[in-house]
Design a protein around this ligand. Structure first.
Ligand code: C2E
Ligand code: CA
Ligand code: CA
Length: 391
């Protein structure tokens, strides 16, 4: 039988850990069992790992393990197990997914071995996991990215946002893509953290904002005036000259800064709060709009949120996508809308994929929506066509 991939079982109960590892080995996995998180993290992990993770462990519990995996950007997929009730498993799943860690299954203890094996069999069927492109993309180097920025291989796709109450077009979010000459289109999740780790994020953001401002000017010549939201990283907002740099750029193209919204993730703002407040306030004073992105996944305190000069709050798509099937996600969405409105902010729901979710958001008083239900991100030229056809 060919070996499928590496599977680790992390459970403080040695009997359980060994039982699951043995079962996996029997169906072709290279499996290893460990009883402590420290032992697991001491491995130099290969790519495409599956981790079967017990949430309830004495030293570092499963939730902390998930957070550490996210911080260290370890490439793995999870199967969560717990002796607690389903709610706990469920919240842990949400936490993992909010950190972009895929959860393949949640299993309650005692675990039926047959069910566990069935879960493993299904993994074999997931093409993207053993897919070649992901591996190829993971081998991208920082030097290549530098070259890509210099040679203008980065392009922007634009995704529309619609005012829910009026149905009127509100603006677009610019999402970066790398048009690689050999590998084809590469998505931001595969190179943003590379840029952040290698001190390239300031360059990348500058390139993205330049493209957006140039595009805005070009659209203006076609009588299409719109706001453009761009994503900025945590380290960008600690760069004290950012407000002046951006203002120079908008001046150069005679674009009103009001038409540029900077999206900053909640976790970025909280991590860099003191240094970022200075930059955020000066950006606001220069007329740029500020939006707090991926809201609901971080740990904001109300007073911090109140201090920072945001005009818009974007609810993370993981909550929006499951709000109709999941009462906890629904509660989070409702709280975000109320909170934003109480603090005088507009709310954008991202990841709106169906009419039903749109309708519910309308009932809840959400201001704007963005997602596949409206349109997927698209190249600049397609946006004009899309907008024309909408009418
Ligand atoms: P984000 O800011 O949360 O962007 C939304 C992501 O959700 C985009 O993925 C978009 O294609 C996707 N999306 C939109 N509508 C739907 C929907 O209805 N359903 C689903 N399932 N997904 C939807 P994308 O373009 O791959 O971007 C991923 C992340 O990369 C962004 O998340 C953002 O954090 C980061 N990013 C993108 N562009 C830039 C950039 O220029 N600079 C920086 N620093 N980060 C960027
Ligand atoms: Ca965003
Ligand atoms: Ca988001």
């Amino acid at each position: 039988m060919p070996i499928k991939s590496n599977l680790y079982v992390l459970d403080d109960d040695p009997q359980y850990a060994d039982l699951l590892a043995e079962a996996a080995a029997k169906v072709g996995w290279r499996s290893i069992s460990e009883q402590s998180a420290a032992a697991f993290f001491s491995y130099d992990l290969p790519k495409n790992v599956i981790l079967v993770l017990d949430l309830n462990m004495p030293e570092m519990d499963g939730i902390e393990v998930i957070r550490t995996i996210a911080q260290r950007e370890i490439d793995l997929q999870l199967i969560l197990i717990s002796g607690f009730d389903a709610r706990v498993l469920h919240s842990a799943q949400q936490l993992a997914e909010a950190h972009n860690i895929k959860v393949l299954a949640c299993l309650s203890k005692p675990i039926a071995i047959q069910e566990f094996i069935k879960t493993l069999d299904r993994i074999k069927l997931n093409p993207s996991f053993h897919g070649k492109t992901a591996d190829e993309h993971n081998s991208i180097s920082a030097e290549e990215l530098v070259r890509a920025i210099k040679q203008h291989q980065l392009i922007l796709y634009y995704q529309p946002q619609i005012n829910i109450k009026t149905g009127v077009f509100k603006g677009v979010e610019a999402l970066v893509r790398w048009k690689h000459p050999e590998l084809g289109m590469i998505f931001p999740e595969q190179f943003i953290s590379l840029a952040e780790r290698n001190d390239l994020i300031d360059q990348l953001t500058e390139e993205v904002i330049t493209i957006a401002v140039e595009q805005s000017k070009h659209w203006e010549s076609e009588s299409f005036i719109t706001t453009i939201s761009v994503n900025v990283s945590a380290t960008n907002i600690t760069s004290l000259c950012l407000p002046e740099q951006l203002k120079k750029l908008t001046d150069k193209y005679a674009i009103d800064p009001k038409r540029i919204t900077l999206e900053i993730t909640e976790s970025a703002v909280m991590r860099e709060l003191t240094s970022s407040l200075d930059v955020l306030n000066r950006l606001r004073m220069k007329g740029f709009s500020l939006s707090i992105d991926d809201f609901g996944t971080g740990y904001s305190s109300l007073s911090h949120l109140y201090q920072a000069p945001f005009v818009e709050l974007k609810i993370d798509r993981h909550f929006i996508m499951r709000m109709l099937d999941d009462t906890e996600a629904m509660v989070i969405v409702k709280i975000c809308i109320m909170l934003a409105h109480m603090l005088g902010m507009k709310v954008v729901a991202e990841g709106v994929e169906t009419q039903e979710i749109w309708d519910k958001l309308e009932l809840l008083g959400c201001d704007a929506a963005q997602g596949y239900f409206i349109a997927k991100p698209m190249p600049a030229n397609d946006l004009i066509k899309w907008k024309r056809n909408r009418h």
